[in-house]
Design a protein around this ligand. Sequence first.
Ligand code: NDP
Length: 454
Amino acid sequence: MSDYKNTTDFDYDLFVIGAGSGGVRASRIAAGHGARAAVAEEYRVGGTCVIRGCVPKKLLVYGAHFAEDLNDAAMFGWDVPVKRFDWAVLRDNVAAEVTRLEGLYGQTLASHKVETFLERATVAGPNTVRLASGKTVTAAKILIATGARPFMPEIEGIEHAITSNEVFLLESLPKRIVIVGGGYIANEFAGVFHQFGSHVTIVNRSDTILRGYDDSMRDRLLQISIGKGVDFRFKASFDRIEKRDDGMLHLAMNGCDDLQADAVLFAVGRKPNIEGLGLEEAGVELGERGEVKVDQDSRTSVPTIFAVGDVTDRIQLTPVAIREGQAFADAQFGSGGTPVDYDCVPNAVFSHPPIAGVGLTESQAREKYGTIKTFTSDFRAMKNVLAGRNERSLFKLVVDEASERVVGIHMIGPDAPEILQAAAIAVKAGLKKADFDATVALHPTMAEELVLMR
Ligand code: NDP
């Protein structure tokens, strides 16, 4: 619906820098409201999630699952005589799918009449954007949606390491891969490469993986990963990385023995893309981690400049960036938007097996409410039992004793993220444990455990 009254003083009503999840949503919704919108993208339309994040990662996770599924097939009567994994086939098919999606994103922008500039753009003033081609354009409002990129620590030889940007493009499957970090990306790629047949070693500076997740889930993933053969080196750091003549990497370590690897993947967090954008010169205030500081309407310290998504480092998740882009566009160009609600955002780690959670962890709930109750179900999925796979799932409900509300759900096991998305509605709606109990189980499923915990 076109309800926005265009400003005539500027070339555009909105100029967005960055065509990722947040920028694409904001620009097309603004254009839908009648704004004259443009977006600039220096790399590929779609941003981290589509091009080198969630989407290709999830496809690799699917690909990796076949390793176990093909093994388990035997107990289900299937004879699979030849099992051979070809990395190049999967890599190229994933790349083709990413290119297809990139095209769709471009089409969406075009069909919403968002003008797209495939070049770098920087801020030249409160209402001015400079394009790499030298052209300068003006806009009533500017939106910074430039995302974040992998953080690389200063270590001698770090140029021999890769990040999650390059991992999708590897020439060949590494026989031995060292993955640095204990967060989302490290655990997801540890599962992927292990299933493909690489020997995986995770190196982390602390002895904690997935900080912020419920302790029981983290412990379970660690035990399962160790059981599968993933090696962990905790409280370890790098002295230097050397590339030998035969291409092998020698990792000189502190806190553990030196390591040899064919590839080293750093996954030690991401930092906002703000360098050279002209933000500080334009008066945009930045935070300690380099993030663009914004208020609840995503407005920066310069009233005409806004920012959404990872560059603001609120919650680095695609659906959050999309909501921020939508809320911004509705508020500024539509009839008013609802500020983003950051409470009870569900999250998942697509490890093997995956973890998913919503709301407070057990320790967070104890700190907040004092007295809580927890209900757990520790079980072996039916499919795993027949397959002879000794891998147990764990579901946990965290309940505030006073209000009897379920304030957190945490799960590790097959399809946990698929199950949790629906369960998250109950937590967000503030349902009580009694509401779960009153719901009849759907049998036989893993999800039924959610309503059977007593
Ligand atoms: P995370 O923030 O998840 O984890 C970072 C890890 O690196 C931690 O184990 C941390 O250790 C360690 N670390 C941090 N700084 C350093 C340092 N200077 N030197 C050595 N180690 C360090 O980061 P990721 O890179 O895995 O992911 C980045 C973000 O991307 C995530 O936070 C998430 O928001 C998003 N993401 C989401 C996914 C999903 O939703 N499934 C998937 C992938 C990414 P310690 O904890 O001990 O301090």
